[in-house]
Design a protein. Structure first.
Length: 554
């Protein structure tokens, strides 16, 4: 079988006009050979070792299972550290067709990067040989800062322990970068995290040095030996390293890891940090006596690169967020049950950073199945649990809770009093956008009667999750009441009545509710994104032979 496969590979490659087989293809598991490529514009043919894996023509995870290798081409773009040409090709399940596609991709690489020496528009991060330290992986997460570092600047980094996970059967120690300070402890700048993450305890620290220039060979491969930093690290920084290690040893911390952040520019306005792990007692430095004075020099040694990731807002939400006309608003969500908790989670997942919550209710076990709650937390106030959930999702969202007793008294008990009404209006007018997900008709009436400066959106769902009603202030109360009493087929007999003295609630699964809420939020985001009129609408779910969602706009 393998002989037949090898013959098929050889015959297919021989048919490609610009390819010549220099070394026959053979092998029991991986099939290997060597080829030369002849193209117009080349002074001489280019040679590549070719290795084809057993999975071919399928990929192995996200990687191609054919390699074209030549370490002489490391200086060119899209070449890995072992000399493998980095190609991304089309899918095809036929071995012969896939070979033709992949050799054509190699040809395109030669033309684009070898002959034309093209540069990519987007930035490619350095190739870093990440490793473990004493059989553990260390990961450091940082964000952009509102500060411009200068070349050769150094000092300390303050960190918080974030969590411990597992990757590839090894423990991963995750740390959050909090701030950078000068060598004498004066704060330089803070990372832009939310209040929750800024206040995480268990502080640790590391050291930083800003090189400005990429610590790399061929502008792509991160240095692998400390001696490579000879021209980048200043004498002052090496002396600083010596004093730091001396202090750590005095603290009896020999053998412990210390992260060294090495920063460099990736554009005129953005920097990146690589993080190396130093072992106390084995810093890559030594004392050298010159002219009757001791100096600190770098020594050779393998660099243990940790994982470092830029988790700034623009990258965190880079794959998709709501319109800035929503995400930049100060938002209040009233009611965080089945509807409100779903709205809250979605807003945070889509980039909102300033959300307040209010709800009088306690989360019971039966609430878990269709709202954004967890059983493991037991009985708890809904707002407290949702606040915790949202903070776990995003390091940029600031969540606050509104005193529900105050809100209830001001909105209902004192509603008839002008001073109380004015106070409630002033309070609500601190918000740019309010989502009323309480399904409380009395509160809906009160809110609709106020003089609100911001926007208010009322969301509610009919029994069996047949429809979602979305109404915009100031046309809320009359519209919603009319929909439920005259237009929509809202079955109020077949409600969920739990054992005991509980208020009956509408029936609908998490999936039913989620689909309606997500459709409504997509429509709302579209309205903001396009500056469309805020017209009330209904999301209708029809379940017959097919399942269809229809938006009816008023």
């Amino acid at each position: 079988m393998n002989d037949k496969r090898t013959v098929s590979i050889s015959k297919t490659i021989q048919k490609i006009p610009y390819v010549n087989i220099l070394k026959p293809f053979k092998g029991k598991l991986n099939i290997k050979g060597r080829v030369s490529i002849t193209l117009d514009g080349l002074d001489k043919a280019l040679e590549f070792d070719v290795e084809i894996y057993p999975q071919y023509p399928f990929k192995a995870y996200d990687s191609e299972t054919i390699k074209f290798i030549n370490r002489d081409f490391l200086e060119y773009n899209h070449v890995m550290g072992d000399g493998t040409i980095c190609i991304h090709t089309s899918h095809n399940i036929t071995l012969e067709k896939k070979l033709l596609i992949d050799f054509e991709s190699l040809k395109n690489w030669i033309i684009k990067y070898y002959l034309n020496n093209d540069l990519d528009v987007h930035y490619e991060h350095l190739i870093v040989p990440e490793s473990t330290f004493k059989d553990s992986t260390f990961a450091y997460i940082f964000s952009d800062v509102d500060y411009v570092f200068s070349k050769g600047q150094f000092g300390f980094v303050n960190l918080s322990f974030l969590s411990e996970g597992k990757s590839k059967d090894k423990p991963v120690h995750n740390y959050l970068t909090q701030d950078f300070t000068g060598e004498y402890g004066k704060e330089i700048t803070l990372c832009n995290w939310s209040e929750v993450y800024k206040n995480i305890g268990r502080h640790n620290h590391g050291i930083f040095f800003f090189t400005e220039d990429q610590p790399a060979t061929y502008k792509r491969f991160a240095f692998t030996d400390w001696k490579d930093f000879y021209l980048l690290f200043s004498n002052e920084f090496l002396k600083f390293l010596h004093h730091c290690e001396k202090k750590y040893l005095e603290q009896k911390r020999k053998g412990q890891p210390i992260p060294l952040y090495i920063g460099y520019k990736i554009s005129e306005s953005e920097i990146h940090w690589l993080v190396a792990i130093l072992e106390i007692g084995k810093f890559p430095i030594k004392g050298v006596k010159e002219n009757q004075k001791w100096d600190t020099h770098l020594i050779e040694g393998k660099i243990d690169w940790a994982l470092s990731r830029n988790s700034s807002y623009k990258y965190f939400f880079g794959r998709g967020a709501f319109s800035k006309k929503i995400t930049t608003k100060r938002i209040l969500i009233i009611g965080v049950g089945a509807i409100g908790s779903n709205v809250a989670r979605t807003l945070v997942k889509c980039g909102c950073t300033n959300i307040d919550l209010t709800d009088y209710d306690v989360k019971e076990p039966e609430n878990v199945c269709r709202a954004e709650f967890q059983f493991a937390s037991g009985i708890a106030d809904k707002v407290e649990e949702i606040s915790n959930t949202l903070s776990h999702i995003s390091p940029f969202v600031n969540i606050h809770t509104v005193n529900q007793v105050y809100f209830e008294v001001m909105s209902k008990a004192l509603f008839g009093e002008s001073e109380a009404k004015k106070e409630l209006e002033d309070f609500l007018n601190m918000y740019d956008l309010i989502f009323d997900c309480s399904t409380d008709n009395d509160l809906m009436y009160v809110l609709n009667s106020l003089d609100l400066k911001g926007e208010l959106i009322n969301l509610s769902i009919t029994n069996h999750a047949k429809e979602l009603v979305c109404a915009f202030y100031p046309n809320v109360y009359d519209f919603v009441i009319k929909q439920y009493s005259e237009i929509l087929d809202n079955d109020i007999e077949d409600l969920y009545n739990p054992t005991g003295c509980w208020s009956p609630t509408f029936k609908g699964s998490y999936n039913d509710i989620n689909m309606l809420v997500q459709t409504a939020l997509k429509k709302i985001n579209h309205i903001y994104e396009r500056d469309l009129p805020m017209d009330n609408f209904i999301v209708e779910s029809k379940k017959d032979e097919t399942i269809n969602f229809k938006i009816i706009q008023y």
